[in-house]
Design a protein around this ligand. Structure first.
Ligand code: GLA
Length: 397
């Protein structure tokens, strides 16, 4: 199945006469985050996992510094010159801003006469919740690095991707998406240290039942830059600055710089909104720590309950969740056989994920899809539920 999709993508360039052996394909997975929501920009621990839904970018090296890309999902052709990265945002198509951001973030590493790519990109799913944007960004970074002979370690790649999103796309994200897409290993959960930009793949304890991941797309896509995401991040930084004053820790700048005890002693002196954001952060931090142990023990039932608690905190403390997402969460929590569920990604639109036992997975999928569509008939055309599994991180084939 995956091999067919890769060959199909290769075929997109082959029709222009490029020899098959010269065409490379970047296979860049989407990701989920079962625990650790909105913690990555505050140096909190997070858990991520790549799943088997992908962006595919087939490409050949260009003869010059030009980049030309067509998309299966959007019309128009993306065209720019890699040797003139200034002003790229305005010259590219709206869907091309991630390619432009990749080129800009790489610009100080590219050779004096950089080589562009001729490519064709296809994404499996609409944007919202599974980090299709980071998945596509990493495909461009991989392809551009490859044709220009840039050797980058996985953590360097994640740092360049982060710069691209923060400086050129304009969202104050952390490394969750990029680290999960780069570092994941099939069958493992990725424990990510967002301060050190490092990670560890955790095998699932042998006592665990066989499980699948249910993804439920509400039918509503969203562009993170246009949500309340950046404002929440600012509130977290403001809370951290206040805690720094209260604790006398002049160098502290992130919520992750404070201990549980410092939060307990000083937390109630924060303004109400900032206190809620911080409460979410410290709750997530302990859920991630506990979640790591439960995963290694194979206790998916208790792990799932932590996911439910994490989502409750996202709603009440971090104040994310559209009416569709909150209603979907209620449907998921009320469905027998689901270990746990939460919003996927930022929780402003998009989708939710749930852990389900393999032998009941299809029945649960169809029940949840039917219930959600009957609750929101206006989204029935686009909403859907589907099952995925864990996957390896981004690669070139
Ligand atoms: C989005 C961002 C991530 C992370 C999540 C919430 O997906 O891109 O960096 O903050 O939201 O956990």
């Amino acid at each position: 199945m995956l091999a067919d999709l890769i060959e199909r993508q290769r075929g997109k360039l082959a029709v222009y006469g490029h020899p098959a052996e010269a065409i490379r394909v970047v296979v860049s997975p989407y990701r989920i985050c079962p625990l650790g929501a909105h913690s990555d920009h505050q140096y909190g621990p997070v858990l991520g996992m790549a799943v088997n839904a992908h962006t595919f970018l087939s490409f050949v090296p260009a003869d010059s510094s030009e980049v030309r890309i067509t998309s299966e999902n959007y019309s128009g052709e993306l065209h720019f010159d890699l040797s003139a990265p200034e002003g790229l945002e305005s010259s590219s198509t709206p869907w091309g801003r991630y390619a432009a951001a990749a080129a800009q973030a790489l610009s100080d590493r590219l050779p004096a006469s950089p080589r562009g790519i001729i490519g064709s990109v296809a994404g499996a799913l609409p944007g919202g919740g599974l980090s299709s944007s980071a998945s596509v960004l990493l495909s461009y970074l991989y392809a551009l690095a490859e044709v220009n002979g840039l050797e980058m370690s996985p953590s360097e790649l994640v740092s360049v991707a982060l710069r691209a999103e923060r400086d050129h796309v304009g969202v104050s994200v952390g490394i969750l998406d990029h680290a999960a897409i780069v570092g994941s290993r099939k069958g493992h959960l990725l424990s990510i240290d967002t301060r050190e930009v490092s990670w560890q793949a955790l095998p699932l304890g042998s006592a665990a039942p066989d499980f699948r991941l249910l993804v439920v797309f509400t039918g509503i896509s969203r562009n993170l830059a246009k949500t309340g995401y950046n404002q929440r991040v600012k509130q977290c930084f403001s809370a951290a600055r206040r805690l720094a004053t209260l604790t006398g820790k002049a160098d502290a700048g992130h919520l992750g710089d404070f201990s549980e005890e410092e939060w307990r002693i000083h937390g109630d002196r924060l303004p109400p909104e900032e206190q809620r954001r911080a409460r979410h952060f410290y709750g997530e931090r302990s859920r991630v720590e506990r979640g790591i142990e439960l995963w290694k023990e194979g206790d998916l039932e208790t792990f799932g309950r932590l996911m439910n608690a994490s989502c409750e905190s996202s709603i009440s403390n971090y104040q994310t969740g559209s009416k569709e997402l909150i209603s979907l969460q209620n449907i998921l929590v009320d469905t027998p056989g689901i270990y746990g569920a939460r919003f996927s990604g930022a929780g402003f639109g998009g989708c939710s994920i749930a852990l389900v036992a393999t032998d009941e997975a299809e029945q649960i999928r169809s029940h949840v899809e039917h219930t959600f569509k009957s609750t929101f008939p206006q989204h029935a055309g686009r909403a859907r539920a589907f099952l995925v599994e864990s996957d390896d991180g981004v690669r070139i084939v």
